[in-house]
Design a binder for this molecule. Structure first.
Ligand SMILES: Cc1cc2nc3c(=O)[nH]c(=O)nc-3n(C[C@H](O)[C@H](O)[C@H](O)COP(=O)(O)O)c2cc1C
Length: 511
């Protein structure tokens, strides 16, 4: 079932050959052709040339380009079965876009194990093989869904429907993180609930990318994640395997378009781009990114064509020549958020206006202090103005901060992340507030021109009255905000007689 990434060649092949004589392998099932699962197909076939490769039609097509030599194959469709003997009859579930265009799940009728490759996974690992401790894994389970599955919510719902046809699922053997055995129902229900919420969104952005070129898949996922933070749905489509009718349909229903182009003249890709251009309409918003190109100019003709058609550019073209870093993905996420915020601006204004005036005034009487949250992780930095901050526990000392779901800084406030709460001083807060409320371009340095010093690698504002160094313990989803609960690791006051800046409001539907 699948192989591994080529960077694990030695370890993987050693393990494989210690476990089984490759000459007796009958079938190699390919869940999808992403490099971390299929990077060693060629190597396995060199050891087991008799093995029949089983996969979806698209997977076999992609594999031909990866293996470059004939191999025995069997294309499977939804519901097809393969009898391995000893009661192990495999049933295949077609699950395109979860999260690769060619994905299939495999169900073993004897063990009732459903092999789902990426779906239901998480980027989490400890000694436990199974999911007995739900509290330990649920934050990662959600985050993984948001990054990889949410952008294809309609496809998730379609796959869940097909899964209902299977007899009974005892275990979900995902390819990433613990295997699900104790919470199968609960966790599949969550996928259902989150995907339904996505599918109900009024606005959709279409993200076209090329799955197997450069870093196109991860860059497009980061943009998609940024869009989804604003409550706008995303549909992703691989330009290489997309059917022109599907491209046309998706462009027609989308309010915004994102196109990731490698500098290639491949016919299938050029045809898909021509279809996008022929279907795009002036009222749409568009963003373009290019990865893996040596000649960065090739992205501009496309940008100009969209401009000539009257589409609004959502963010400046993103051109990535080097291997992307965490900061590159942050830039992409912020660009996606800018696009989503632009598309949902009418909804936001309507929501603000819909407030009852008496209620508005009453809610505004809730007052607070004024703070700047700052954080640094690897080559990432973030900062935001916050007022919805409250002490929440004595032992250990803890605070909560309400962070809007579409804040750029939200991605630096996950469980385990560290940040600094800078407490501003009465009469001295305005310059800092003004600076951090500026509209920052995606990926820009929010600390430029601001005096900071470092405490345990966290940026503290030199002008703050006091600071608290915090670590995120948990997050609670509250409609349009995340309530982030954090314990306080250390803190200092710069001036004992100083008072905290207080924030009074006139209306309650604004900070
Ligand atoms: C006085 C004031 C208080 C704010 N408090 C919060 C807050 O508690 N939580 C939050 O998510 N945003 C809060 N904001 C909004 C943002 O911090 C601000 O608009 C943000 O810097 C821009 O969004 P971005 O960082 O995602 O680009 C506040 C804004 C103001 C003006």
């Amino acid at each position: 079932m699948d192989t591994s990434h080529e960077k694990f060649r030695q370890r993987y092949l050693e393990s494989l050959t210690q476990t089984i004589n490759p000459a007796v392998i009958d079938y190699l099932i390919i869940s999808h052709t992403e490099p971390d699962h299929s990077g060693l197909v060629r190597d396995v076939l060199a050891l087991a040339p008799q093995a029949t490769v089983v996969g979806s039609k698209v997977a076999i097509q992609f594999l031909e380009d990866m293996v470059h030599q004939p191999f025995p194959r069997q294309i499977v469709k939804n519901g097809d079965r393969l009898d391995l003997g000893n009661g192990h009859e495999l049933e295949f579930v077609i699950a395109p876009n979860l999260h690769w265009p060619d994905t299939i799940f495999t169900y073993d009728t004897k063990t009732q194990v459903l092999y789902t490759c990426d779906a239901f996974g998480m980027h989490y690992c400890n000694e436990q093989i199974f999911d007995q401790d739900l509290a330990l894994i649920e934050a990662d389970f959600r985050y993984y869904y948001d990054c990889l599955m949410g952008p294809n919510a309609r496809s998730v719902l379609a796959a869940l429907k097909r899964m209902e046809q299977l007899e009974s699922i005892a275990t979900i053997a995902t390819g990433h993180g613990p295997l699900l055995r104790h919470n199968v129902q609960e966790l599949t229900n969550r996928y259902h609930q989150w995907s339904q919420a996505q599918a109900k969104a009024e606005t959709t952005v279409a993200v076209f990318y090329i799955s197997d070129y450069g870093f196109g898949d991860r860059l497009s996922q980061a943009i998609a994640h940024g869009v989804m933070k604003t409550g706008v749905a995303v549909e992703m489509m691989d330009l290489k395997s997309a059917d022109p009718h599907e491209v046309k349909e998706l462009v027609s229903l989308a309010a915004g378009l994102v196109i990731g182009t490698p500098p290639t003249n491949e016919v299938a890709i050029q045809t898909a781009i021509s279809t996008i251009l022929a279907t795009a309409k002036a009222k749409q918003s568009v963003g373009v990114f290019e990865s893996g190109g040596v000649d960065s100019e090739s992205v501009y003709p496309l940008v100009n064509k969209f401009r000539d058609l009257g589409l609004t550019p959502a963010f400046p073209p993103i051109i990535i020549k080097e291997t992307p870093t965490a900061a590159t993905y942050q830039l992409c996420e912020e660009a996606g958020t800018d696009l989503g915020q632009w598309l949902s601006r009418d909804r936001s204004i309507k929501q603000m206006k819909a407030f009852d005036t008496e209620l508005e005034k009453a809610v505004a009487r809730l007052s607070s202090g004024l703070y700047i949250l700052t954080a640094e992780r690897d080559d990432l930095t973030g900062a935001m103005v916050a007022s919805w901050v409250s002490q929440t526990s004595f032992k250990p000392l803890g605070i909560t901060v309400a962070v809007a779901k579409d804040r750029a800084m939200e991605s630096l406030l996950h469980v385990g992340d560290r940040f600094v709460l800078n407490i501003l001083e009465e009469g001295k807060s305005q310059a800092l507030i003004k600076h951090f409320l500026k509209r920052f371009a995606p990926g820009s340095d929010r600390f430029a021109g601001v005096k900071t010093y470092s405490v345990n690698n966290a940026p503290v504002l030199a002008e703050a009255l006091a600071y608290l160094e915090c670590q995120v313990v948990s997050r609670m989803e509250c409609s349009d905000h995340w309530i982030v609960y954090s314990t306080i690791q250390s803190g200092r006051v710069s001036k004992t007689e100083g008072l905290t800046a207080v924030h009074h409001r006139k209306i309650g539907n604004h900070y």
